[in-house]
Design a protein around this ligand. Structure first.
Ligand code: MN
Length: 259
């Protein structure tokens, strides 16, 4: 590439998280980096946007050597304000989101702010990748996947990503190292089985804490869950069109509304 590619970096864990720090470092080895990331944790926000409320955007001191902003909005807000205010006429060659502290495989893609930021970029016609590390340990090691993140990013820049498609990249935890390679997958058909723990605050008022167990009955060997539990990096190409195309015909036949 003749000139350095412009790369927009965001996440949902917040600009203070270790995952985005490593992602910024890797992207700086590849291109010119602009960061617009939430000023507080925004995990589980999905594709939420801020309407009817203020959005704050401040220059960040965390990355003094590059153009970086902290935003009070959601991950999707960050991409929108980056595109329409921060970057204006500059079009990024790639948008990367993460590296998320925790898995975004299977159905978690729907809840993920990390992936929604990347999907928002794809809605704007920009190539985008969401990176996640399947490790919930407080001291999760992001460094061991560093060379893989760089390699996947460089491949995305040279070979491209189909228009409108977002790549959902998940890495197994360090206990699977050395990783065996990359598998292109479908998302496993699985779900979260929620548990609401009922607790009481010091004033005796009840509150709930949502916990859950991941319930995967999908035994396919072409899924992200299979890849991750067998020591591979999973890459699921995602679309944002949720239409069940084949059901349109079924509804027309079965519901028989006069047209
Ligand atoms: Mn997160």
């Amino acid at each position: 590439m003749a000139t350095k590619p412009l790369i927009l970096v965001t996440n949902d864990d917040g600009i203070f998280s270790p995952g985005i720090r490593m992602l910024v470092e890797v992207m700086q080895e590849i291109g010119e980096v602009v960061v617009v990331a939430p000023d507080s944790p925004q995990s589980g926000m999905g594709h939420a946007i801020t309407i009817g409320n203020t959005i704050r955007l401040e220059k960040s001191k965390l990355f003094p050597e590059i153009e970086a902003y902290e935003c009070s909005g959601t991950p999707a807000d960050c991409v929108k304000i980056a595109k329409h205010f921060v970057l204006k006429n500059r079009v990024p060659h790639l948008v990367v989101s993460g590296i998320n502290h925790g898995s975004n495989s299977s159905i978690s893609v729907l809840y993920s702010g990390t992936m929604s930021a990347a999907i928002e970029a794809a809605l704007e016609g920009l190539p985008a990748i969401g990176f996640s590390l399947c490790d919930y340990d407080h001291n999760a090691d992001f460094q061991y996947i560093r060379s893989w993140v760089k390699q996947i990013t460089e491949t995305a820049l040279t070979k491209g990503i189909p228009t409108g498609i977002t790549l959902n990249v998940n890495f197994p935890s360090r206990k699977y190292a050395p990783l065996k390679g990359i598998k292109f997958c479908r998302q496993a058909i699985a779900r979260w089985e929620e548990r609401f723990e009922e607790r009481y605050d010091p004033y005796g008022r009840r509150y709930f804490w949502m916990a859950g167990d991941f319930d995967n009955k999908d035994v396919g060997e072409d899924t992200d869950e299979w890849a991750l539990s067998n020591g591979y990096i999973s890459i699921v190409p995602c679309t944002y069109d949720l239409t069940a195309h084949t059901s349109i015909g079924w509804l027309n036949r079965q519901w028989s509304y006069p047209s």
